[in-house]
Write a protein that binds this ligand. Structure first.
Ligand code: GLN
Length: 456
């Protein structure tokens, strides 16, 4: 493994072109590194998405409204990383408040895809994925509300895991949609994802949704054997409209797992077609409520106070939030307002139940489900910024797992004709991350996609 100094050097060499980092304190890193390190991740650099609180370091969610905010405490996952001996390697870029699929809504400007710097890295954890892909860090933390770990991992050619809802404490994660948010690893390979999850998973009394389970060593699930495993192939996910290169790469990957002894079975997830609509009611509703706290009083930007408190609130929010954040606040406030609540929000909750039932039924027939992670490879910077609907459709294959709370991993599975990475998504039963690791690891060990480096 490279030394932490070599990683710092790599950041100096390439980050001017990638722009994954929004904050890095080299002195603090050297200082940390001088202390003797012990533990599961001793001395391993880990980059942190800018929506996770790190004590004393800028934590802004890539939003002007949190400018200057330095949290007085560590997120639970950060606390766990410190205890494992990991080196906290700065904060990385994201879409503002994690609203987006391209990193373009960040107040810092977009991060670039290491495979083609004219393209987006995906989002919202685009900085995390680009930093790992370009070799600036071996590991990063991301968060996933509708695909924000898996989608950028796929587009940057790295591994990204969204754990089961409840596996990782969100204490100190700045909330987007609390019934969907999960923190997870973005790494170069499957073994590192298992190592990082082992460190960050576990019950935390400060997050009431975190589940009480005994600690799991996920590295024990790194078994190169899928004989007897049944893979469900949902017909709704291999449809017209997906890039033929993506379709081909994922089907080839499924064949590889078959050659390794897995069986496949055709399944149906009939309510998946409603997932994006359902998500864009539920997620903005929760976001509009979570974002109510940014009023200029306690932290971050404060607007003009000369005309009284109400005007100060309004000025703070007008100047502090970007266009996409405002869109979500308006959408969410609308669907929660009286008279519309039943028609939109309550209806969406019912659809969410149907989507969850689809998975419960499907998992009676199979152990895991395989789909493309995204319908296309990385798109060009600027291509979708003015077309929110097309942007939202980037997450069509990842959103259902958040609605159902099940785990999903994206692993590199090939390249398009333009030499852009393609990701395969493996979904599993609640709390069955082990089987995901087993399938992903077997695939990875039989292929070499994860060994390819972007041409930087
Ligand atoms: N792209 C989706 C959205 O904009 C998902 C984002 C996420 O998972 N944080 O809501």
């Amino acid at each position: 493994m490279k030394t932490y100094n070599e990683y710092l050097k790599r950041i100096d060499e390439v980050d001017g072109r990638i722009r994954a980092f929004v904050h890095i304190d080299r002195e603090a890193i050297h200082e940390e590194a001088r202390r003797a390190k012990q533990g599961f991740l001793a001395g391993v650099p880990v980059a942190i998405k800018d929506n996770l609180c790190v004590r004393g370091e800028p934590t802004t969610c890539a939003s002007r409204i949190l400018a200057g905010f330095r949290p007085p405490y560590d997120a639970k996952v950060v606390e766990k990383l410190r205890a494992s001996g990991a080196l906290l390697f700065g904060k990385v870029n994201m879409d503002e408040f994690a609203f987006g699929s391209s990193c373009e809504t960040s107040c810092y400007g977009p991060t670039r895809n290491p495979w083609d710097t004219g393209r987006i890295p995906g989002g919202s954890s685009g900085g995390s994925a680009a930093a790992v892909s370009s070799g600036e860090v071996p590991m990063a933390l991301g968060s996933d509300t509708g695909g924000s770990i898996r989608q950028p991992a796929a587009l940057c050619g790295v591994v990204g895991l969204k754990p089961t809802y409840g596996v990782v404490s969100r204490y100190g994660l700045i909330a987007f949609a609390s019934s969907l948010d999960q923190i997870g690893p973005i790494t170069k390979n499957v073994a590192d994802a298992a190592r990082l999850l082992t460190v960050i998973a576990g019950h935390d009394e400060r997050d009431s949704t975190s589940v009480e389970r005994k600690g799991t060593d996920y590295t024990k699930a790194l078994i190169k054997d899928v004989r007897g495993l049944t893979i469900g192939i949902p017909k709704e996910y291999f449809i017209a409209g997906i890039d033929p290169d993506v379709d081909r790469a994922v089907k080839k990957a499924i064949q590889c797992l078959r050659d390794c002894g897995a069986h496949t079975v055709d399944i149906s997830l009939p309510h998946s077609r409603y997932a994006v609509s359902c998500y864009y009611i539920i997620a903005p509703a929760e976001a509009s409520s979570n974002l109510g706290r940014y009023d200029g009083v306690q932290y971050g930007l404060r607007g003009d106070e000369s005309r009284g408190m109400i005007d100060m609130y309004s000025d703070t929010r007008t100047r502090g939030f970007g266009a996409e954040a405002k869109r979500r606040i308006l959408l969410g406030t609308f669907s929660l307002s009286s008279g519309y609540y039943d028609a939109y929000y309550l209806k969406a909750l019912k659809v969410r139940t149907k989507i969850t039932e689809d998975f419960t039924n499907a998992f009676k027939q199979c152990d895991v489900i395989i789909t493309p992670t995204t319908p296309t490879a990385a798109f060009k910077i600027g291509e979708r910024v003015n077309d929110p609907l097309r942007m939202y459709l980037s997450d069509i294959f990842t959103i259902p797992a958040n609605l159902a709370g099940i785990p999903g991993i994206s692993v590199p599975c090939g390249f398009t004709g333009e030499h852009l990475p393609v990701g395969m998504q493996i979904l599993g039963k609640h709390f069955d991350e082990e089987t995901l690791f087993r399938a992903a690891y077997t695939f990875e060990q039989n292929t070499d996609h994860h060994l390819k480096e972007p041409p930087l």
